[in-house]
Design a protein around this ligand. Structure first.
Ligand code: SF4
Ligand code: SF4
Length: 357
């Protein structure tokens, strides 16, 4: 047997951290059930059971909050808990009698239990203005404003099916906006502005030109000094150049904003996985509560509640009733921006029943 390599880098093997019941029954699970919103039981072939209690976290957590989660896990879960991709915290226990004790402990501290089954998920989201240099909108700010309104749909099964929510603050899409039921995506609408002041001292011009995935940056001469220019038509506002050269800021308070996409999913239950599709091309940033974005998402959720069939995902419902009816029911405008004008769009057109090129 190969000798185990010990290094001081990289993540440790996750199996070291599994709950003993999960370790013992690894790959031997028979079924799972949702006992109530936020509470699941997984039952193994051996008859062993493990219960998970899911709470929503705001993603950016204080050490005080994390210490509180640890104290609950130590008291009721033998120290076992995990974080999910949608920023939930799940407490894991093999003792059924601990479920209500955990729920009471977290509820008393203000943490809601829910987000499983036919509920709205917690929002998987990104850094926003708090941290990332390429963001076109905020992340935590919009998520807080939205979840204050959608809270009841997180803690109770009010919806036809699962409703996964996502936000990414630029088109690099660190959040799962490509395949969630409702996605909020920050968009830049203007190319980076080249700030010639100090360009030569701060940026390496060849490295910056090489950083552009579309080849939109050209060498230039300004006032007899080597500089760069951006070919606007070739720019897709990705921010890769700003990462290489801080003198090419992409953020634009007047033109940055939010787009809304719907109908994506990763599961292959009932229908194939699918990408989200554009429904609102642009809403200006309106901090601190983004009322237009919150209203638009609530409108989509209401249409889903009124028209969805039990366990039908939002995208499946739209495919059934038709996009034209979805736009009519939501009242959103269908614009030229909904047309696929990507240079390889001919392929998409040829997949349609209506157009052939
Ligand atoms: S989505 Fe864009 S702006 Fe947001 S964290 Fe990722 S790279 Fe940064
Ligand atoms: S934003 Fe992206 S596409 Fe536009 S110039 Fe910079 S690197 Fe190129």
């Amino acid at each position: 047997m190969a000798e185990e390599r010990i290094t001081d880098q990289g993540a440790k093997d996750y199996k070291e951290f599994l709950h003993p019941v999960m370790k013992k029954n690894y790959g031997q699970w028979k079924y799972h059930e949702i006992l109530k919103p936020g509470v699941l039981v997984h039952v193994a072939e051996s008859g062993d059971k493990i219960f998970s209690i899911r709470i929503a976290s705001p993603r950016l957590l204080s050490t005080t909050s994390i210490r509180f989660f640890m104290s609950v896990a130590d008291k009721y879960c033998d120290g076992f808990l995990r974080w999910t991709t949608r920023n939930n915290v799940e407490f894991l226990t093999d003792k059924e009698e601990n479920i209500e004790l955990i729920i009471k402990a977290v509820n008393d501290d203000g943490w809601p239990v829910g987000g499983t089954g036919r509920t709205a998920s917690n929002v998987v989201h990104t850094q926003g203005w708090v941290h990332c240099h390429t963001s076109a909108t905020d992340a935590s700010g919009i998520v807080k404003a939205l979840m204050d309104e959608v809270f009841e749909d997180f803690v109770a099964e009010n919806l036809p099916g699962k409703l996964k929510l996502a936000l990414a603050c630029c088109l690099n899409m660190c959040g799962a906006v490509h395949a969630s039921d409702i996605s909020i995506l920050g968009i830049h609408r203007r190319p980076p502005k080249v700030d010639y002041h100090l360009l030569g001292q701060i940026c390496e011009i060849p490295t910056t030109i090489a950083a552009c995935p579309t080849g939109a940056i050209r060498q230039d001469i300004v006032d007899g000094v080597k500089a760069m220019k951006v070919i606007e038509d070739q720019c897709m506002f990705c921010g890769a150049c700003y990462t290489a050269c801080p003198n090419m800021p992409l953020a634009d308070p007047l033109n940055d904003g939010v787009s809304i996409w719907v109908g994506g999913k990763i599961a292959n239950a009932r229908s194939k996985p699918g990408f989200t599709k554009l429904v609102i091309p642009y809403i200006p940033n309106n901090p601190p509560r983004w009322p237009e974005v919150v209203d638009a998402v609530k409108k989509i959720i209401q249409v889903y509640k009124d028209n969805g069939r039990k366990w039908e995902r939002l995208g499946e419902m739209i495919d059934r009733i038709g996009w034209a009816k979805f736009f009519k029911l939501t009242g959103f405008a269908f614009t030229k921006y909904h047309m696929d004008d990507y240079k390889l769009a001919t392929k998409s057109y040829n997949m349609s029943a209506h157009l052939r090129f």
